[in-house]
Design a protein around this ligand. Structure first.
Ligand SMILES: NC(=O)c1ccc[n+]([C@@H]2O[C@H](COP(=O)([O-])OP(=O)(O)OC[C@H]3O[C@@H](n4cnc5c(N)ncnc54)[C@H](OP(=O)(O)O)[C@@H]3O)[C@@H](O)[C@H]2O)c1
Length: 264
């Protein structure tokens, strides 16, 4: 599958790295903003890169826009006249609706919105996708094939995308903070920093894997490790005093509300 990634920034390069190491062979190229960055990106990634729109769009089956939200529409307008009618356009920009994106394209252009997250870089990503009304199942499943390489993919209605951005795309940053804070606790209790980070990371990974494998509600798994009058319940009550649960939940809500404003 020939894929052009527009924008070789953090997400563009993360997606390219994952696709390069996939079992399935993808024919990748970058479209960059300037000729200078095309030279630098090609030297760094060995992926053919160019700042010329016409040749970059030729024969592309999928074009993935990895640009900041405020730059995406202008870039799409510049690309639109060069797109083949079957090319599937994918935008990963937070806050930009399918309707806004479609307005820059011809009416029948296949268009998919995708929201990946940074663990895509290590094959443990989560991507949510949604096709526009004019996009058929075949085009959506082509995009699913691309993002399958990075971890899990689900299809959701577009009305959920701001919530998805707040929880799934911003979520890894929240978990990094949690791992850091748990490690601090381990250091305070006397562990060397590297050991504390290792234990906090594995506890996070193990707990997440248990939720996935058992399908049980996290509260019931938490109950199962909470011995009466034990150390876990004493710590949990301290965390509830600090409103940990509501702070995390409100953080996700805040991120979702911020995401909704990005497309304005
Ligand atoms: N970070 C995440 O976890 C995450 C998760 C899901 C979705 N997203 C979305 O991913 C998108 C990209 O984010 P990012 O962090 O990768 O941004 P970034 O690092 O700033 O990368 C954007 C790249 O686009 C290039 N660019 C700008 N205009 C261009 C044009 N007209 N043609 C070709 N390239 C152009 C920029 O080059 P110059 O520097 O030369 O302008 C830059 O290299 C955002 O819309 C964000 O909402 C991010």
């Amino acid at each position: 599958m020939r894929i052009t990634i527009v924008g070789a920034g953090v997400m563009g390069q993360a997606l390219a790295t994952g696709l390069q190491s996939a079992d399935q062979e993808f024919d990748l190229r970058f479209l960059t903003r300037t000729a200078e960055s095309a030279v630098a990106v090609q030297a760094e990634t060995s992926i053919p890169s160019s700042a010329e729109i016409g040749p970059s769009m030729a024969d592309s089956e999928v074009v993935v826009l990895c640009l900041k939200p405020h730059k995406t529409l202008a870039a799409l307008e510049a690309l639109a006249p060069h797109l083949h009618s079957n090319t599937v356009v994918v935008s990963i920009a937070a806050g930009l609706h399918l309707g806004q994106l479609a307005s820059a394209l011809s009416e029948s252009q296949p268009l998919v919105r995708a929201m990946p997250n940074t663990p895509c870089r290590v094959g443990s990503g989560m991507t949510v996708i949604c096709g526009s009304e004019q996009t058929d199942d075949q085009a959506v499943s082509k995009v699913k094939t691309v993002f399958d390489v990075f971890g899990q993919v689900i299809e959701l209605e577009e009305e959920h995308f701001d919530a998805v951005t707040g929880l799934s795309a911003s979520g890894p940053a929240f978990i990094f903070l949690v791992i850091e804070a748990l490690s601090d606790g381990g250091v305070m209790a006397g562990l060397p920093r590297d050991v504390a980070v290792k234990l906090a990371t594995q506890a996070t990974l193990g707990a997440a894997t248990m939720v996935q494998h058992t399908g049980e509600h996290p509260a019931s798994l938490r109950d199962a490790v909470t011995t009466p009058a034990g150390c876990t319940i004493s710590a949990l009550l301290r965390m509830e005093d600090g409103k940990l649960r509501s702070v995390l939940a409100r953080g996700v809500q805040e991120a979702a509300e911020s995401a909704a404003r990005l497309g304005d």
